[in-house]
Design a protein. Structure first.
Length: 131
């Protein structure tokens, strides 16, 4: 998945994420499940598919409400995705991405939050992904 994202092969990355998310009991693996859903929404916004991204984001918010123990990283991702979807203009995009990268860099220094960056470093990837 990481390689597909770095190659900007969104079609294959979405296919892989969809396969993972549709596996039986994938939601029981909360950390991976959350990251997969967040990445899926990132890809949708990159493709400009804001309507579908918004639907997925609403679903993700409902899922997080049921969990009742969201990490700061997950909350930051929800806020970031909401801003991307509601203000996709280039001028707003740069400041939104910059603020998210800054928050990610702070979270990387917190032991219980840094594990969110083990599989995939969102901040590092965003520097090139949304250009």
């Amino acid at each position: 998945l990481r390689t597909l994202l770095e190659l900007k092969d969104n079609k294959q990355a979405k296919k892989l994420l969809t396969e993972y998310l549709s596996q039986e009991n994938s939601d029981e693996k909360k950390d991976n499940y959350m990251l997969a859903r967040i990445l899926f929404i990132f890809i949708l916004t990159k493709e400009g598919n804001y309507e579908f991204a918004e639907l997925e984001l609403r679903s993700l918010k409902r899922f997080l409400l049921k969990q009742q123990n969201s990490s700061k990283f997950e909350k930051n991702c929800i806020s970031f995705l909401s801003k991307l979807i509601s203000n996709p203009e280039k001028e707003k995009l740069k400041s939104t991405i910059s603020a998210f990268i800054t928050s990610c860099n702070i979270l990387k220094k917190i032991p219980h939050e840094s594990s969110n960056f083990f599989c995939f470093d969102f901040a590092a990837h965003l520097n090139s992904y949304f250009k």
